[in-house]
Design a protein around this ligand. Structure first.
Ligand code: ADP
Ligand code: MG
Length: 459
């Protein structure tokens, strides 16, 4: 495995280890990867890529509709005042002082194949989507290994390269360009706002480097705490300056979980950045539009029709499975009954991102009974997607899991730039990510330590 190890280090397919105690003295380690790509039906792969601009449009329009979000999310904000509620209050505080009419999204729609080999959407992510930087390296790795003793049965030409790093960097550039044209400025930079003790630094660095080498746009990395020191916002114009550079786009790779905000000062900074003239990726509204509750509501055809024409509606809804609310509506009552009586076919999801938050199958009834009924509507109940299994060899740190059974989750990236009224200015798909988990584990987050990176070959 030395050869693999060296290749991963040489190409930056790496992460910091799981418990970094103090920053700079910690050495990165190779990311968990498979030795071989995993087969994926060509037509379904193409369908997922083709659906992306429609999803971009859908969620941009949702984010451009605060009244809708207020109605959907309102009850949850009360149930979850410390996070969802606080984000909403922040939006309310900012809304009369918003200086920037453009919003940028770097997004990812996640799918699994069902047993009829049709892609079904797991979730839509509107903030801090990860692995676009690392994913291209995995197909490159598989192409390399196929020319070594790890030669595989797949036909090299069916391996799908992912240019997600370059394409997402292009998305950031589109934001930067729009800002410069709007403000008649030159020499702007993109601010990456990042977590303290982030493990997945190199995923972000690959985007940063692509942004500079392909588009000549610099990026500045700051944690919330560092940005509090470095950010200067002109009270009159809202112009945001960090380390002497005017910021065109604030790109969040933090801020999606309650633990990302250490104290009130972090929340105040989020508010100040929201009100600044820089384009936010994402805005608070756009972050909220990615809530699982919104995903559930959009499975209603009539609601979907408020945002998309019939053609686009058909494209996106083709990937939907049943998702139930757990409120007191008719559908909610049905959801409650299913959750308590037939939990084996479902996953229960709170309004959280980042992995490790869901409750599965037989754990659902006990969990629901352990919380007060008034909290139930903060959750959605989603049909579990049963997915085909494959066999692959997984290398994680120094462990080799030879010929293990895995299941795959396809993520399709996108970027989208839109105006306050929901008018879309830039809309692109940005290639893919394939993650896997062991077929006996419920969750699949790579950074959370549950899964690993893979690539696609088309069959
Ligand atoms: P998070 O925001 O934490 O990433 P997800 O909705 O993506 O939440 O769920 C986490 C993981 O749980 C997914 O990566 C997938 O492995 C599994 N999962 C979620 N929903 C389903 C589903 N409907 N069917 C099968 N597996 C699911
Ligand atoms: Mg997910």
């Amino acid at each position: 495995m030395i050869q693999l190890h060296d290749w991963l280090l040489a190409h930056g397919l790496i992460m910091y280890p799981s418990s970094p105690s103090s920053g700079s003295s910690i050495l990165p380690a190779p990311s968990p990867v498979t030795l071989y790509p995993t087969p994926f039906p060509r037509a379904q792969f193409e369908k997922a890529i083709a659906a992306q601009p429609h999803f971009n449009t859908l969620y941009a329009r949702v984010a451009a509709d605060p009244e809708f979000l207020k109605n959907v999310m309102g009850p949850l904000m009360a149930a979850d005042p410390d996070f969802t509620g606080r984000l909403w209050s922040l939006y309310l505080e900012a809304k009369h002082e918003l200086r920037q009419k453009l919003s940028l999204g770097l997004v990812r729609s996640d799918y699994m194949l069902d047993l009829d080999a049709q892609i079904k959407q797991i979730e839509y992510n509107s903030i801090s989507v990860s692995f676009g930087g690392l994913s291209p390296k995995v197909a490159e790795l598989h192409r390399f290994l196929n020319r070594t003793e790890y030669r595989n049965k797949f036909d090299g030409s069916s391996l799908v390269a992912s240019q997600s790093a370059e394409k997402l960097a292009r998305g950031l550039y589109e934001g930067d360009l729009a800002y410069r044209r709007q403000q008649l400025k030159e020499n702007t930079a993109v601010l990456f706002v990042v977590q303290e003790n982030e493990r997945n630094v190199f995923d972000q660095r690959h985007l940063e480097y692509a942004l500079l080498s392909n588009h000549g746009v610099r990026a500045i990395r700051k944690t919330f705490k560092e940005a509090q020191q470095a950010a200067q916002i002109n009270e009159e114009t809202g112009v945001l300056v960090v380390d002497g550079l005017e910021i065109s786009v604030v790109y969040y790779r933090t801020g999606y979980a309650p633990t990302d905000y250490a104290d009130d000062a972090d929340w105040e900074l989020r508010l100040a950045l929201e009100k600044s003239l820089a384009i936010k990726c994402p805005t608070i509204l756009s972050q909220l539009s990615g809530a699982k509750k919104v995903q559930q509501i959009l499975t209603d055809k009539e609601v979907l029709a408020q945002f998309l024409d019939p053609e686009s509606s058909a494209v996106v809804s083709d990937t939907f499975v049943e998702i139930y609310p757990l409120d007191t509506s008719e559908k909610g009552q049905k959801g409650r009954k299913l959750a308590l009586e037939l939990p084996g076919k479902y996953v229960l999801k709170p309004q959280r991102e980042g992995g490790g938050n869901n409750i599965y199958k037989e754990d659902i009834p006990g969990y629901l009974r352990s919380i007060s009924e008034s909290e139930w509507e903060g959750y959605v109940l989603m049909e579990l997607i049963e997915t085909p299994r494959h066999v692959n060899t997984v290398v994680r740190h120094s462990d080799v899991h030879a010929e293990v059974e895995i299941v795959s989750e396809l993520g399709v990236f996108g970027y989208v730039l839109w105006e306050e009224n929901g008018n879309i200015l830039v809309n692109g798909a940005a290639d893919y990510l394939l993650r896997l988990k062991f077929s006996n584990s419920d969750e699949g987050g790579v950074a959370a330590g549950f899964g690993c990176l893979d690539s696609v070959y088309l069959v």
